[in-house]
Design a protein around this ligand. Structure first.
Ligand code: NAP
Length: 279
């Protein structure tokens, strides 16, 4: 039952009705027996800054932030984890009782957790890793890979200047799409961090054949769960990691920040998320 003492957290974005985060967090809350609730709130770009300002010093524990507010979320914070500053974006805002806002970015933690779960043989420190894309998600991925000890992060992007900017700001080396084969040579993993095919209907065909046979293919997209990139990888016999594992991986540290304890390990939130995706 929701009472006056129930702790509240939320995910904020636009659109937001499709979000799987309430399913994950509320299942963990129920399993842990915590008097808490996690809701999805739609907020538009114009209203975001005043929305966050209005939450300062309230009893709301914090919010996850998704598109299109991740940059604005970082700007609204008084303090931020260095990984959020480096990614120039936050997916987590925590409010303290004195009105201060603390920002973090747990997407990179989610990425590393996804590999640990679905491709435990992969060692980020073991060799080159390719990140395809140079947007917000790629930024977080490059930083997380460097933090995990990756010696050679290669960023491939349609707009080369964006890959070069990311390499300059965060690290790694930049490659044009025409040079993808060279970037794939000797790669231990390839991560698709593009939104290709989601809105514009253009599928990105990558020369995965140029990677070693045990190279792990990861796609950040989880709708569909098995993307054309992952189908291609499976057809080549490559191990794969999906975007749902990353989504769950980024939600775990958020839950801990909101509710003061790690989510229960034995709750099968992936099964619930797959059901919500109709799978
Ligand atoms: P973004 O900032 O808009 O960046 C989009 C990237 O995709 C850019 O590098 C863009 O290249 C590239 N791109 C788009 N269409 C392309 C095409 N037709 N051909 C080649 N490249 C194309 O988006 P984002 O925030 O980084 O998100 C990227 C993806 O990650 C999204 O699908 C998002 O849903 C997913 N994501 C998943 C999780 C998770 O937890 N699983 C977390 C975060 C993000 P240009 O620079 O050339 O435009």
């Amino acid at each position: 039952m929701i009472t006056g003492k129930t702790r509240v957290a939320a995910v904020v974005g636009r659109p937001i009705a499709h979000s799987l985060s309430p399913i994950l967090h509320n299942a963990w809350l129920a399993a842990a027996g915590i008097d808490g609730v996690y809701v999805a709130l739609e907020v538009d770009e114009l209203g975001f800054a005043s929305f966050v300002e209005g939450l300062r010093g309230t009893s709301l524990s914090g919010v996850n932030v998704t598109l299109p507010h991740k940059e604005a979320a970082l700007a609204a914070a008084h303090e931020a984890h260095p990984r959020a500053r480096r990614a120039q974006a936050a997916n987590l805002l925590v409010f303290d009782e004195y009105g201060a806002i603390y920002a973090d970015n747990t997407d990179g933690l989610g990425l590393i957790a996804a590999f640990a779960e679905q491709a435990p043989q992969f060692d980020p420190a073991g060799g080159p890793v390719v990140v395809v894309g140079a947007g917000g998600a790629a930024k977080g991925a490059v930083g997380a890979l460097i933090d995990a000890g990756c010696p050679d992060v290669r960023i491939v992007n349609r707009t080369l200047a964006r890959a070069e900017g990311l390499a300059r700001e965060v690290g790694g080396s930049a490659f044009a799409l025409d040079d993808t084969e060279a970037a794939f040579h000797g790669a231990r993993a390839v991560i698709n961090a593009t939104s290709a095919g989601l809105a514009d209907g253009q599928t990105l065909r990558l020369p995965l054949e140029a990677t070693p046979e045990d190279c792990v293919a990861m796609d950040m997209v989880y709708k569909p769960l098995v993307t054309p990139f992952l189908v291609q990888a499976r057809d080549l016999g490559r191990p794969t990691v999906d975007g749902l594992a990353m989504l769950i991986g980024q939600a775990r540290p958020s839950f801990e920040a909101f509710f003061g304890q790690a989510p229960p390990q034995d709750t099968d939130v992936r099964k619930l998320a797959l059901e919500a995706l109709g799978l």
